[in-house]
Ligand binder design. Structure first.
Ligand SMILES: Cc1ncc(C[n+]2csc(CCOP(=O)(O)OP(=O)(O)O)c2C)c(N)n1
Ligand SMILES: [Mg+2]
Length: 1009
């Protein structure tokens, strides 16, 4: 036993080790030598064993066994195993231990330097000879040059220093890279300097690169160092060493150092690149002159974005993709639309000429959006003649909010939903996001979206991220905009490789895209390219940037456009003469002038065609389902495979679902059963469904249980995903703990996958305000701004049940205040059957609209709310439920209208029996408000004198403010309108249960008084 090994340096450990071996050999071990150990090291490799899995004896925590070192295809391979007691050591810890061991053996953390400096003489071989080459790369076996350094303490110290230097260059070389086109000096880092490490040119000339496992040319460090520096500290730089996966790290190092992505461009490619930069530059110059003073958020300063997108699309097509889904902000959008989405110049100039006007006063017209927010879809033709669809999604001004939408949209496009199993193919559609440097660092949705990238329910096989880094956000400098050096730093926490590149080196920018693509192809992960450029104008073209960044803008004024710089470079290389380059630019300008003139002539003759929101009245869909179908579905939802054990407590609960179907009781059908039957029946009819949200598989209130877990072995089984006869898939995923990105994702998914019923459930309804941007800017206004809609359904659990201010209200008032032009639906059901019909209606309605459902907590199991099978086999969703217990309509003088759970408080009140003159109606569909049905009071209740709106929410919340004016619109003469609610409050409910009870009782009493 070597005690306190953790406090020893290598020499001390080695000495203790020798002593122990000696004691064992000479039979001098004492009982104390065996006590107190935690980890046993065994070495069956010395007898030739390749790998062994030792058995733990009582009391042992872990045994690390090292196998024989084998020479395979020039690489040294050794298998190390860790056998551990699961009660003491977690699997992940054991894996981390092996990973650490591997990293140290590869020289990380200055391991060999530490070994060498502790007592070099104890090391009998140079580090590389003891390396286990467990990585997939085959590092070069040490040759004679390596052997030559053995034995010299100085040389070993130098080798350790050399490894530290290589490691520093890989980790921190970016700090010395020349990334800024405006010429600022990079900060550098002391660890990049060989001198303090004692690495003289002579010493470096004695260190073979073999032992350093570099992939740059050069036999010794002296020869390799300039290549390493050029690789890591040029106009392109890399951050990959933070990545946890060893395989990814080693692969990236190899590709980067071997320069696989930096293969020189052909002469034709270079000319092509200049032509593209010319088009980009010319469009901006033209717009600047032709429409002086109009905002366009020019691309100038990061012009290279367009050729980078060209390369992306070329590679996408080469790797078999048929579509790229893009999200971006305002900056550079017009240029991207023209040159990447292939929108004709006419369409862009038309916007500047005042196109789209005339919609403002037409209530049915799409009211539109500013030109730098509008989406478009086009076809990009690659140089090889392949076609790739490019979808640039519409986005609001809210920076980065479109990110999750792009991911969801892409995922929908990648998924084949034509059969009972969803089939994903991440190679067919590729997501691409363009970020601003300030927004990327500042907006939380960026992090939330990165967190989706590798989740089973959300992955899109790797997103290509470009940060168009103009080193400014509006008027804010980077030092005021983030706490870290790089805009991209957040991505490091998500194991994402980061490539920084100088925007004025277009060839390096192309190389960056190539590396990004190679990585996506191999590992299907996200990758970030930080394109460091500048902003030629102010935040927009009318802004004076010198008020706030005077020195920066002095430099920018003297910085020629990248087109000019690159044209000069190609002139020097003898590829394009200065005259030819100018002629090309002049021709591009002339073409734009021509388009503009033609457009002006045409616009005087024709008026633009307006898009309209189609509002034809459509028939209510059938939502009832035959009893035999529901019985079959119900049975199938209870079925598990042979040998699968259902948790005994849950089994009893689920079995009751059989009785509600066959015997109509006891207690009737609960919410979750009706929901499952709605889902199941829709799947049989061919409606694809996707349900996500926090803990949706089980349900926040332990009500849903769509996924069963075998308590004996943790096996998972979701009966609804194995429904016999299903014609469409059911995608079901617990979501990460995010609202903005998760709801944004579902919005994108639902909008792209129109026929599918996509549902997102909040853990509690009030948490949805964490996704307000998605609700206000996309779900609510998307139809009017962009013509986008979907069947996206929000399930928002809530209830005034004395649980305090949070979770009492799902903020119904917000949604009601946002309903207009029939943009959304807002419902609040009081029975499982109503919910069943509502879900089915939402999936089948010909008018596609998002739906917001206020879902209950206590009603999930309330016997009074339960439904019967026949409620599902007949009828349909009812916008208003009239009082079935007041058949004497002419006796009714007061109508109490309410919505949701308070109905049960009212009907359970003892006073109810004494009020035959009071009928209680439930408004189940609040928006669009069923004015017509409610308005027929006279024919329903001929002696009506008053109508009360009753709600649990404070006066300033709930449906009151929305409903009262609607009632006034339809109220018959002589009928008064009153209302009952909590008093005006800033917080939705009382924090004390007793105060809640008192308020609840008061509301009921006032309604029935
Ligand atoms: C969520 C949000 N907050 C604030 C703004 C206002 N705004 C518009 S552009 C901008 C600066 C963006 O800087 P950056 O992300 O670097 O992009 P750039 O304009 O420099 O291309 C700001 C703050 C916004 N559009 N969205
Ligand atoms: Mg910026």
């Amino acid at each position: 036993m070597i005690k306190h090994a953790e406090a020893m340096d290598f020499a001390q450990f080695h000495a203790a080790y020798d002593l122990l071996v000696e004691k064992a050999r000479s039979n001098k071990l004492l009982p104390d030598d065996f006590a107190g150990g935690t980890i046993t090291l065994t070495n069956p490799g010395t007898i030739g064993t390749v790998a062994s899995v030792p058995r733990l004896m009582k009391g042992q925590g872990s045994i690390i066994a090292t196998g024989a070192i084998r020479d395979i295809a020039g690489a040294k391979i050794m298998t190390i195993t860790s056998t551990y007691d699961h009660r003491i050591i977690q699997g992940a810890e054991s894996g981390m231990f092996l990973r650490k061991l591997d990293a140290l053996l590869q020289g990380e953390d200055g391991f060999y330097q530490g070994v060498g400096s502790s007592q070099p003489s104890v090391v009998t071989a140079p580090p590389a000879t003891t390396h286990p080459a467990t990585d997939r790369e085959s590092f070069r076996a040490p040759g004679t040059a390596a052997a030559a350094v053995a034995g010299s303490a100085d040389d070993l110290t130098h080798v350790a220093a050399a490894m530290a230097l290589v490691r520093a260059i890989r980790r921190l070389g970016h700090r010395a890279a020349h990334l800024d086109p405006l010429g600022s000096e990079p900060p550098g880092d002391p660890s990049l300097d060989p001198a303090p490490l004692g690495l003289t040119p002579e010493a470096m000339a004695r260190i073979p690169t073999d032992v350093l496992r570099c992939y740059v040319p050069g036999a010794t460090l002296a020869e390799a160092l300039p290549h390493l520096t050029a690789t890591y500290c040029g106009t392109i730089a890399y951050e990959v060493e933070h990545i946890a996966s060893h395989e990814e790290r080693v692969w990236l190092r190899r590709v980067i150092e071997a320069g696989e992505h930096r293969k020189p461009l052909s002469a034709a490619d270079k000319r092509g690149l200049l032509s593209r930069l010319t088009l980009v530059d010319t469009l901006e110059r033209f717009l600047q002159r032709a429409y002086l003073g109009q905002k366009r958020f020019s691309i100038e300063g990061v012009d290279v974005t367009v050729p980078m997108l060209d390369t992306t699309l070329e590679l996408a097509a080469a790797f078999g993709a048929r579509k790229v889904v893009m999200g971006m902000a305002h900056r550079g959008r017009l240029n991207v639309l023209a040159h990447v989405v292939s929108l004709p110049y006419e369409a862009i100039l038309e916007e500047f000429e005042g196109g789209g006007a005339g919609s403002a006063s037409d209530p049915e017209a799409v009211t539109g959006d500013v030109k730098y927010h509008l989406g478009a879809e086009g076809t990009y033709k690659t140089t090889k003649g392949q076609e790739v669809t490019v979808s640039l999604l519409s986005n609001p001004s809210h920076l980065e909010a479109v990110n999750p939408v792009v991911e969801g949209w892409t995922r929908a496009d990648q998924t084949d939903r034509s059969g009972p199993e969803p089939k994903y193919d991440v190679s067919t559609v590729v997501p691409l996001l363009i970020h601003g440097d300030a927004a990327f660092a500042g907006q939380g949705v960026v992090a939330e979206t990165f967190n989706l990238a590798r989740l089973k329910g959300y992955t899109t096989g790797g997103t290509i991220h470009l940060i168009t880094n103009n080193q400014i956000g509006f008027t804010t400098d980077p030092r005021d905009g983030r706490s870290t050096d790089y805009s991209s730093d957040l991505a490091k926490g998500f194991d994402v490789p980061i490539i920084h590149v100088n925007a004025d080196d277009p060839e390096a920018c192309i190389a960056a895209v190539r590396l990004a693509w190679m990585y996506r192809e191999k590992f299907h992960g996200d990758v970030v390219i930080d394109v460091v450029g500048y902003r030629r104008w102010g935040h927009n073209e009318g802004d004076e940037p010198a008020y706030t960044q005077p020195l920066m803008y002095d430099i920018i004024k003297q910085t020629p456009p990248v087109r000019e710089k690159y044209a000069a470079q190609l002139a020097v290389e003898g590829l394009v003469t200065a005259e030819a380059a100018k002629a090309e630019a002049d021709a591009a300008y002339a073409k734009l002038t021509e388009v503009q003139q033609a457009l002006k002539a045409r616009r005087s003759r024709t008026s633009g065609e307006e898009r309209r929101i189609v509002r034809a009245a459509v028939a209510e869909p059938e939502t009832a389902v035959a009893a035999d179908v529901l019985t079959r579905v119900n049975e199938a939802l209870l079925a598990v495979p042979d040998g699968f054990t259902v948790h005994p407590k849950l089994k009893r609960q689920l079995e009751r679902r059989r009785e509600t179907i066959t015997q109509g009781g006891p207690g009737g059908m609960e919410w979750a059963q009706a929901e499952a039957l709605a889902f199941g029946s829709l799947l049989l009819e061919g409606s694809p469904i996707r349900l996500t949200g926090q803990d949706v598989e089980r349900g926040t209130f332990s009500q849903r249980h769509l996924v069963l877990h075998d308590p004996t072995n943790d096996r998972r089984w979701a009966p609804i995903q194995h429904l016999p006869g299903a014609r469409a898939p059911f995608e079901l995923h617990n979501s990460p703990l995010s609202e903005a990105a998760c709801l944004g994702f579902e919005y994108g998914y639902a909008t792209a996958a129109h026929p599918a019923l996509v549902l997102w459930e909040a853990q509690y309804g009030d948490f949805a305000n964490g996704a307000e941007v998605i609700i206000d800017q996309f779900i609510v206004a998307g139809l009017a701004k962009w013509g986008d809609t979907s069947r996206l359904t929000l399930l928002l659990p809530h209830g005034y049940e004395g649980g305090g201010p949070e979770h009492s209200s799902a903020r119904l008032e917000r949604y009601l205040s946002l309903g207009a032009e029939g943009n959304i639906r807002v419902a609040n059901c009081t029975t499982p059957a109503q919910y069943f019909h509502l879900l089915r209606r939402q999936a089948r309605h010909e008018e596609i609209r998002p739906l917001i459902v206020m879902t209950p907590k206590g009603l999930l199991r309330l016997p009074a709310a339960a439904s019967k099978l026949e409620d599902l086999t007949q009828g349909r969703f009812r916008a208003v439920l009239w009082d079935g217990e007041r058949p004497q309509l002419d006796q009714v003088t007061r109508l109490v209208l309410c919505s949701g759970k308070v109905y049960y408080d009212l009907t359970a009140a003892p006073r109810r029996a004494a009020t035959p003159h009071i009928a209680i109606g439930r408004v189940e569909l609040l928006y669009p408000f069923p004015s017509e049905e409610i308005g027929q009071y006279r024919s329903r209740y001929p002696n009506l004198k008053e109508i009360f709106w009753v709600q649990e929410e404070p006066r300033n919340m709930g449906a009151r403010k929305f409903v009262l004016p609607k009632l006034r619109d339809v109220v018959p003469a002589g009928v008064t309108i009153g209302d009952v609610s909590r008093p005006e409050r800033s917080s939705p409910s009382e924090g004390y249960p007793a105060a809640h009870q008192a308020e609840q009782a008061r509301i009921v009493a006032a309604a029935l008084a």
